[in-house]
Design a protein around this ligand. Structure first.
Ligand code: HEM
Length: 458
């Protein structure tokens, strides 16, 4: 790899690490302003500022590399992807998602990806455009001028309605609310349980949190398997993602079992719903703070749509609206960090790390690097013209990851984000209610830490 210019090395036996924290990470917790439980972004910002493109720390006996240069990201996600597997915390989401695309490793992952891919082909997701516009327009019609709304909650509700229509060809029914409710209950417990060293072995214990987890999973499974059974009994194509999961075959004719359909259904639900809702939430916030960009977007909507409801055919012509969405995901990437685990000893540039080491990189940090995005905190959609993109390394901007595990829902998300923005902005301008605390909460996705209240105006 070309790599960043000057890199120092710390040797340990046959291994070579970048410089970094002298003590195990827990040693610093509560002692340093950048080491706070639940604020990993502060740690990553500190490491990037202090050590530059690559740094190293240890946690509970595991070596962790934090990489801050697009060339390293490319190396891990593409060039040497075969040397890495999902890191431990993500693998542990198997307690909810089984062997779905997010949690599995090869060869299972490759097999499933081939079967699931047709559900996300361009022609197929084109059919979902009308559903997206209908859900967004219906929500916007319910708003009243000057009446404050919690934009994060509104975008979650919108995203849930879009998932209902596109994954299950349905309105938001009791079943879908149950899936939503139990998935979130499990994810809240997961955030606590994931810190246990051998989580899987505690799952049968009668501890209060674990009992709640088992109940939620049993309820979730009963709903999911009932939906699958009903669909198998009446196997018509309802033109939704679930029909595709049930009908899809790879080139050798392999299809998914009920258990595999359950895992992929919940994976798509979880991966596709909160990410897009957060991306839209931050976009409305940023537009309210950048009136020039907002005016330019409205001018494009007036020009392209001339008052019509947007359709799929308009999507390609809404270039500025797409750039607004891109710039929002640069500053507030819904997937704000990613990780892998080295399956074998790995050489990365001048470094050599042992099998079992974890490697992390953060969209939040790299997307805000002044080297690739001058004046990085400025909201500027023109950073995403084709010419500007071609002038940057591929992994200076990677909201959807990359390589063989690049987000399978990326085209869906672009279409959903752009058309939802267009449908709502056609009816409203959203202004921020003054004097609010705005901050991020870095869970698996990047949420607002406090509700963000906005008022729609004509
Ligand atoms: C703005 C919205 C979205 C963002 C920012 C996003 C981001 C990502 C990222 C970064 C990954 C790679 C994770 C890794 O390699 O560790 C990923 C994977 C994935 N995403 Fe998305 N995603 C979004 C929307 C969606 C949607 C709408 C769907 C489905 C409808 C979806 C389904 C998936 C699935 C199934 C994977 C796993 C792919 C695999 O490993 O083969 N995502 N997403």
């Amino acid at each position: 790899m070309n790599g960043p210019a000057t890199l120092s090395i710390v040797e340990r036996g046959e291994y070579r690490f970048p410089p970094g924290l002298r003590h195990n990470l827990p040693f610093y917790m509560g002692r340093k302003p950048w080491a706070r439980i639940g604020r990993p972004i502060l740690l990553f910002e500190h490491l990037a500022k202090t050590y530059g493109p690559a740094t190293h720390y240890r946690m509970m006996g595991t070596d962790i590399l934090f990489l801050n240069h697009p060339d390293f990201v490319q190396e891990v996600l593409v060039t040497q992807s075969g040397n890495f597997i999902r890191e431990r915390t993500l693998r542990r989401m198997k307690i909810l998602l089984g062997e779905g695309l997010l949690t599995s490793n090869d060869p299972v992952h490759m097999q499933h990806r081939r079967i699931v891919a047709p559900a996300f082909h361009r022609q197929r997701i084109a059919a979902y455009a009308d559903e997206i516009v209908r859900s967004a327009a219906a929500m916007a019609e319910r708003w009243k001028s000057g009446q404050a709304i919690d934009i994060g909650a509104a975008m979650m509700e919108l995203s849930l309605s879009i998932v209902a229509r596109t994954l299950f060809a349905s309105e938001v029914t009791e079943d879908i609310r149950a899936i939503n409710h139990e998935t979130h209950a499990i994810m809240r417990l997961y955030n606590l349980l994931v810190i246990l060293p051998r989580l899987e072995s505690y799952l049968h214990w009668p501890l209060p949190g674990v009992t709640r987890f088992r109940k939620a999973r049993a309820h979730l499974d009963s709903v999911a398997y009932r939906i699958i059974r009903e669909r198998r009994e009446d196997p018509v194509d309802r033109h939704d993602l679930l029909s595709m999961l049930l009908l899809s075959r790879d080139e050798d004719g392999n299809s998914l079992s009920d258990e595999q359909v359950r895992d992929e259904m919940l994976t798509i639900f979880l991966a596709g719903y909160e990410t897009t809702a957060n991306a839209l939430t931050w976009t409305w916030y940023l537009l309210s703070q950048n009136p020039d960009a907002r005016e330019q977007m409205h001018a494009e909507l007036d020009r392209v749509l001339a008052g019509r409801t947007p359709t799929l055919a308009d999507y390609a012509n809404l270039t500025y609206t797409q750039q607004v969405f891109s710039e929002s995901m640069r500053l507030y990437p819904p997937a704000w960090a990613m990780g892998r685990e080295a399956a074998i000893d790995v050489e990365l540039g001048p470094y050599r790390i042992p099998a079992g080491s974890h490697v992390f990189f953060s969209q939040w940090i790299i997307h805000r690097s002044p080297e690739f995005f001058p004046d990085p905190l400025r909201f500027d959609p023109s950073r995403h013209t084709d010419a500007a993109k071609a002038a940057r390394p591929r992994f200076a901007y990677f909201p959807f990851g990359g390589g063989s595990r690049q987000c399978i829902g990326e085209s869906f998300a672009w279409m959903e984000g752009t058309l939802a923005l267009a449908s709502i902005a056609q009816q409203w301008k959203l202004n921020l209610v003054p004097n609010q605390r705005i901050d991020v909460q870095e869970k698996i996705t990047l949420r607002p830490r406090y509700p963000i209240l906005m008022t729609p105006r004509l």
